[in-house]
Design a protein around this ligand. Structure first.
Ligand code: PLP
Length: 404
């Protein structure tokens, strides 16, 4: 561990970084290796490596139980899970999909494959999430689908969106990638809307190296998705639907996801402890930083750490992040720039989103996940304290080009 005494010791100005190995915002869960090998032996012994093998079938069964739904269909990525669900659910002949702009960097690209034109909606300034009130003005005769996306901490307005979708007779797909373990008063994430989409990427709660899945209580939808992900094959060489592709999850990924799922309760316990360490320590830093708190009335995964930089925070977010990144503390701006501010190479609709614009400038993600210990968090918060104490000097040095 390096002790910082003066600003000269900051890695931004040439000092040694706090961490030799970077601490990131990616979960990078390491499930029990023996468990992973046990599951891997199953496909190895049976000699079936893909095409709906034994681990994929078991994983789908267990994920359906975990989310309390009747069907789960796995895919090779969250991207294709969502894209194929969009393609089935979108109302034919209509061209638009409603989604927030303050979200996953590549969300609009998913819709572009269908193709659907994103119509970006506002988010609530407190929850950072889309609500019935922010989606309703975006609905028109071209709306083919509503994509209800949960923010990084807590959920979006599930009940409001379900009511709106029902009243306007528009299908509703949830992107629940960041809300695997979340619940609300009316139930557990997984069974809302027409379907919900999840990712098994290594940075997510359940690590399948990569992969994704859709949960639904609609048997016909599940059946169609299962066909689409496997070229449309029903039996040997019998292609029954158009638009099929290869988006199957393979057996080794399913083995990893099964091992991750078995350890999920232990992971939540660890996440909770680390979140509480941030919570306890961040109040000591300054009134200039606010932790976005988890709603603990319902089950939650405590997975991500998001903070708001208030007007009294003494450095810009960009300088704060640059100083942290130099120390191998890989803080990131929260969903910034938002999607309506990006150069998109496909058709989309112009949007004026002042709330999103404001929020996109003031939040950031701090390191968390399997590779970040409570002791690391103490170091990260010590670093934030150091930045506050030496803010004037840091600002002066940055302004005079000292970070180059
Ligand atoms: C909210 C959200 N949706 C969808 C995806 C896409 O998932 P995948 O990386 O498995 O394709 C991501 C990936 O980070 C995401 O954060």
């Amino acid at each position: 561990m390096t002790i910082k005494r003066t600003v000269e010791d900051l890695a931004l100005f040439g000092g040694s970084p706090v961490f030799v190995v970077p601490r990131s915002t990616s979960n990078l869960l390491q499930p029990d290796i023996e468990l992973f090998l046990e599951y891997s032996k199953v496909f190895h012994i049976q000699g079936q490596y893909t095409n709906n093998g034994p681990n994929v079938r078991l994983l789908e069964k267990r994920l359906a139980t975990f989310h309390g739904v009747s069907h789960c269909v796995t895919f090779n990525s969250g991207f294709w899970a969502l894209a194929l669900a969009m393609s089935v659910l979108a109302i034919e002949g209509r061209s638009e999909i409603v989604m927030p702009a303050l979200t996953y960097r590549r969300m609009a690209d998913i819709a572009a494959w269908i193709p659907l034109k994103p119509r970006f909606c506002e988010v609530d300034p407190i929850t950072l999430a889309m609500t019935r009130a922010t989606v309703e003005p975006c609905i028109n005769e071209e709306t083919a689908l509503i994509l209800g996306v949960h923010p990084i901490v807590n959920g979006c307005d599930i009940e409001g969106l379900e009511q709106l979708a029902h009243e306007r007779e528009i299908p509703l797909l949830f992107d629940s990638v960041e809300s695997v373990y979340e619940g609300v008063a009316t139930g557990k994430v997984g069974g809302f809307g027409n379907a919900e989409g999840f990712s098994l990427h290594a940075c997510k709660l359940l690590n399948g190296f990569g992969g994704g899945y859709i949960t639904t209580n609609d048997g016909a939808l599940a059946q169609r998705l299962a066909l689409l992900r496997g070229f449309g094959f029903s039996g040997l060489d019998n292609v029954t639907i158009a638009g099929g592709m290869n988006a199957k999850l393979n057996e080794v990924h399913a083995a990893m996801a099964l091992a991750s799922l078995e350890g999920v309760e232990a992971q939540i316990e660890r996440n909770r402890e680390r979140y509480h360490t941030y919570q306890r320590r961040l109040v000591q830093v300054s009134s200039g930083m606010r932790l976005v708190e988890f709603d603990t009335r319902y089950p939650t995964g405590y997975k991500n750490i998001v903070v708001e930089l208030l007007p009294s925070w003494p450095l810009t977010r960009e300088v704060t992040i640059a100083a942290l990144n130099a120390e191998n503390i890989l803080a990131r701006p929260y969903y910034s720039p938002p999607l309506h501010r990006k150069d998109l190479w496909f058709p989309h609709l112009p949007a004026r989103l002042p709330v999103t614009d404001r929020l996109a400038q003031t939040f950031m993600n701090l390191p968390c996940g399997h590779q970040v210990s409570s002791a690391d968090i103490e170091e990260i918060v010590n670093m934030l304290e150091f930045l506050v104490v030496h803010a004037d000097e840091i600002r002066e040095r940055v302004q005079s080009g000292g970070d180059e």
